[in-house]
Ligand binder design. Structure first.
Ligand SMILES: Cc1cc2nc3c(=O)[nH]c(=O)nc-3n(C[C@H](O)[C@H](O)[C@H](O)COP(=O)(O)OP(=O)(O)OC[C@H]3O[C@@H](n4cnc5c(N)ncnc54)[C@H](O)[C@@H]3O)c2cc1C
Ligand code: FES
Length: 346
């Protein structure tokens, strides 16, 4: 059975399957409502029921002490509809509306995605979640006060673990630690979510994603969300790397192509190796975009990765007529907290 849930203000509708919580269904369809623990404890997902019926599969929830259930308050992260419903709920539309938290986290997984990119999975304490918009980033808070920024690579629908793609930086303190010392169950401290790089829905133009290297990470989160939301806008991912060995998660990209007929993928190698036998596109990724697309002004562009790539894309796309308000970016600037002589404890 599928129920229709209408939210006020805004008159937005989403569908909720039997046995699915209202929050899970809303997030799955791109309606970002505030939440904290996602486990019925904190009360942050409070909304009000205007009509319809619901049930709590686990009725003894701590969070119920934090709301006034007699006046129609409901915990969206636990309530499952038993009919169509109308609710009053706040929606998060801008990054400023998301709570920024400092949290300890545990390393839940470390896996090489390519020769120099590590997938790092982080789990948060029980009863804690870090709500974020797909495309945002977090920072690691190091013991000596330094901070290291990394984009969250998964969609928030599935936020039990936070996925990061960490590229090894030669002489890089933190990335060296990740590749050589960090192990499962280690504890780190993070702050987030941060940044204004997330998918906009107002213009509803065709989308061009332009990634350089691990700039793929925030764009992966956005594409996963767009596919969940069944966005019908044409989406093209241009992914620039040096050689074939720098591309990763290609199976996942294949699955996006299979799931979504409006999604296209164009890898661009700037420096292919002879053994790559590369027949595809070569050169700089933003130049490949301009070679293919004459009317760039008709697109919404999301670019992330090395600052020089992002700056060149912005400069050349706007020269060709892209309004600057249709260009969203996340340049991977690195921290200017050197010099340092010895490798410091993390
Ligand atoms: C918003 C944001 C999101 C980011 N997301 C990601 C991400 O998802 N994945 C990812 O791999 N990186 C990402 N970065 C870049 C990442 O933060 C840096 O690579 C990282 O901080 C390096 O830390 P480190 O301690 O290893 O290097 P440091 O010890 O700080 O630096 C060592 C040396 O390398 C240089 N350097 C540092 N970082 C880079 C770099 N990225 N490119 C070139 N030279 C560098 C420094 O100038 C220095 O000379 C992001 C950056 C920002 C600002
Ligand atoms: S998110 Fe904490 S009670 Fe629902």
């Amino acid at each position: 059975m599928t129920y229709t849930i209408t939210t006020q203000p805004g008159d937005h509708q989403f569908s909720c399957e039997e046995g699915e919580t209202l929050l899970d269904a809303a997030l799955r369809q791109g309606l970002f409502m505030p939440y904290g623990c996602r486990s019925g404890s904190c009360g942050a997902c409070k909304a009000k029921v205007l009509s319809g019926t619901f049930r709590y599969p686990e009725p003894k929830l701590n969070g119920l002490n934090r709301i006034d259930a007699n006046s129609g308050d409901i915990l969206l992260c636990q309530a499952e509809p038993c009919s169509d419903m109308q609710i009053t709920a706040r929606e998060i539309e801008r990054a400023e509306d998301v709570e920024v938290k400092k949290l300890p986290c545990r390393v839940a997984g470390l896996r090489k995605l390519s020769h120099d990119v590590m997938q790092l999975l982080l789990s948060l304490p029980a009863y804690e979640r870090m709500q974020f918009l797909p495309g945002q980033y977090l920072v690691f808070l190091l013991n000596d006060g330094r901070r290291r920024a990394f984009s969250i690579a998964n969609a928030p629908d599935n936020d039990e673990l936070l996925e990061l793609h960490i590229r090894y930086v030669r002489d890089g303190d933190f990335t060296h630690h990740v590749f050589h010392d960090l192990k499962e169950r280690d504890i780190l401290r993070i702050e987030g979510p941060l940044g204004n790089f997330y998918l906009r829905h107002q213009l509803a133009l065709p989308i061009l994603f332009v990634a350089g290297g691990t700039g793929f990470a925030p764009i992966k989160a956005m594409i996963e969300q767009a596919i969940l939301e069944k966005i019908q806008r044409p989406m093209t991912l241009y992914w620039g790397v040096q050689a074939k060995r720098d591309l990763y998660q290609l199976d996942l990209i294949e699955s996006w192509i299979a799931k979504s007929s409006n999604f296209r993928f164009i890898p661009v190698l700037s420096n292919p190796e002879p053994e790559d036998n590369w027949q595809g596109r070569t050169g700089f990724v933003h130049e490949a975009v301009l070679q293919d697309i004459a009317q760039i002004a008709e697109y919404e562009v999301y670019a992330s990765g090395p600052p020089v790539m992002v700056a060149s894309a912005q400069e050349q796309f706007t020269e060709k007529g892209l309004p600057v308000e249709q260009f969203f970016s996340d340049p991977f600037d690195f921290a200017y907290d050197r010099p340092k002589r010895t490798r410091k404890a993390m």
